[in-house]
Design a binder for this molecule. Structure first.
Ligand SMILES: C[S@@+](CC[C@H](N)C(=O)[O-])C[C@H]1O[C@@H](n2cnc3c(N)ncnc32)[C@H](O)[C@@H]1O
Length: 540
């Protein structure tokens, strides 16, 4: 989903996201779906005869639009790679209008639509905006040459590649990241149920907007893939999305040289920078994480600044991190996180506990850890309430505002442990994945792990014993799955490194980070009080 002036996260195709670290793969619906739509191609035959189609530029012009200084070209292998794109034909100044697309060229739906189609669209839950627009696209597709959009539709990709909803099972399993795999499964399940229970029953009924043409799971899957990878929200998130012919041929960059603007009725494409002849025109699809780029558009950006690793917060998560990093309490025992009332109260204020909790926390971004997770770690490793007193929640979450040396060491080490623990959930190391990507082959033990359907079981790699080394060629889908998970591993590794650097800085620093007076270890005399009332530096 692309936005006009896009910079915010799109409405999700399905709003509820799932849990990294705790969910499992595999249900019957997904199996059925991925077998049936493993290579999505539209199977719909139009009910009118074919006629000669115009190329997109001519079609836009005949519909009253304008195109100047740009051409539609096949850019395979360049700037977006997967086929078509727009390029500048001449030198173009900043702020030049390149495409003018009148409202009649926007493929969308409104109250003026066929009532049968609107009733069908109404049966789709509102969060599934992509499916609603997909039905509209199919409505035009079955009309063939009778549809005013036939030239646009004939220029859409026939088969959609890269979108995990259409991956074979082993490639979905290889993603190994539940927030995406669970979402993919939900989409597949909905697609399967809607095609069986609603679309499959339409032909021959009064309610059929498709005039007797059978619309099956492949057709709906194709339309959904087209729509999620090319639609724009021209009127804001509350209004139906639209496909914008020709403009939707621009590929994505986080440093775009073109932008889309609404002129009230129609939509225009403008240059955002000076362009030279041959420059590809690139739009920003929004500040999207790789999760959305992968699921909706079928590609992944290396070192995407908007990518994150999602975790579901719980005190047990920080406890697991503290255990992995061997964090000790002041008595030299392993740190036991057992929050008291004041700690629970602060977690509730952070909305990480209680009835209104939103427990999604992330690694990644400029600080490598999100502020709520950092604040929660500082709170949970604190010995006493006095350590956090006088601190706002905002300040508790600031990386450059530690509470005291002992607390900061314990918090950073616990967070490092959480990231290390999350890394250990993958079946292979980053280096193994990178070498598979380089060689173009996946080694059989990696493949073996991928065939295990449960992410929860992926740690069994070592207990399975060595599987005979047999290199298996990487398919394009498998390559994308590996690239996606390498990026997640990179985020976690970078977070571990960043915490390590912070710990080193803390050890070296002569800045006035207060040193907390730690309780004496069992059998030890209490440290001598200094003038300021603080004890000697602890070794935690
Ligand atoms: C809005 S369409 C752009 C036109 C498209 N290239 C085509 O041939 O129809 C979005 C699709 O283009 C491809 N794409 C766009 N930007 C890309 C990028 N930066 N890297 C890789 N693929 C990209 C993806 O396949 C995506 O689903």
């Amino acid at each position: 989903m692309l936005y006009v002036g896009a910079s915010h996260i799109p409405t999700r195709l399905l709003s509820r996201r799932s849990i990294f670290l705790s969910q499992k793969h595999g249900d019957a619906a997904l199996t059925l779906c991925t077998e049936r739509i493993s290579r999505v191609r539209c199977t719909v035959r139009s009910c009118s005869g074919s006629s000669s189609q115009l190329n997109l530029v001519d079609w836009v012009t005949t519909q009253g639009g304008k195109v100047s200084g740009v051409a539609l070209v096949n850019l395979a292998g360049r700037d977006g790679g997967s086929g078509w794109g727009l390029k500048a034909e001449t030198e173009i100044a900043v702020g030049t209008k390149l495409i003018e697309l009148p409202a009649r060229c926007h493929l969308t739906y409104s109250a003026s639509e066929d009532v049968k189609l609107l009733r069908l669209i109404d049966q789709v839950p509102s969060e599934l905006w992509g499916a609603k627009l997909a039905l509209q696209l199919l409505y035009h597709r079955v009309r063939g040459a009778d549809s005013s959009f036939s030239s646009y539709i004939s220029n859409l990709p026939v088969g959609v590649s890269g979108i995990p909803m259409f991956f074979p099972r082993e490639c979905i399993a290889a993603i190994e990241y539940p927030p995406v795999t669970e979402q993919v499964k939900k989409r597949c399940k909905w697609l399967f149920e809607f095609s069986q229970n609603v679309l499959g029953k339409l032909p021959g009924t009064e309610e059929d907007p498709f005039a007797g043409v059978s619309v099956d799971i492949n057709a709906l899957g194709w339309a959904m893939a087209c729509v999620t990878s090319r639609a724009f929200r021209t009127k804001g998130p509350q209004h139906p999305a639209s496909c914008l012919p020709l403009i939707d041929m621009a590929n994505h960059s986080f440093e775009p040289n073109a932008e889309v603007r609404s002129n009230g009725q129609g939509i225009d494409l403008y240059s955002k920078t000076k362009l030279c002849p041959g420059d590809p025109l690139l739009l920003s699809y929004g500040n999207l994480s790789n999760d959305f780029l992968f699921m909706d558009y079928g590609f992944v950006i290396n070192d995407n600044p908007h990518d994150r690793v999602q975790l579901r917060f719980g005190t047990d998560l920080v406890q697991a991190g503290a255990m992995v990093a061997s964090v000790q309490s002041s008595d030299g025992e392993a740190l036991n996180i057992n929050p008291t009332a004041w700690q629970n109260n602060l977690l509730m204020q952070l909305k990480l506990a209680g009835p209104e909790a939103d427990t999604e926390v992330t690694f990644g971004g400029p600080d490598h850890v999100d502020s709520r997770l950092l604040a929660a770690a500082r709170i949970l490793v604190a010995h006493e309430e006095t350590e956090v007193q006088g601190r706002s929640l905002e300040r508790l979450g600031k990386l450059d505002q530690p509470l005291n040396r002992r607390n900061e060491r314990a918090a950073l080490r616990s967070l490092s442990g959480v990231a290390a623990f999350s890394l250990s959930r993958f079946s292979s190391t980053m280096e193994e994945d990178e070498s598979a990507l380089l060689s173009g082959h996946v080694c059989s033990s990696l493949k073996h792990a991928q065939q295990q359907e449960s992410v929860g079981n992926l740690n069994q790699k070592s207990s399975q014993g060595d599987v005979e080394a047999e290199p298996i060629p990487l398919t394009e889908d498998m390559r994308l799955a590996l690239r996606f998970r390498v990026q997640k591993k990179k985020i976690l590794s970078n977070a571990i490194r960043a915490m390590g650097r912070k710990l080193q800085e803390l050890a070296k620093s002569s800045s006035p980070v207060p040193e907390l007076n730690t309780a004496p270890r069992k059998g030890q005399a209490p440290p001598a009080a200094t003038k300021k009332g603080f004890g000697q530096p602890s070794k935690a």
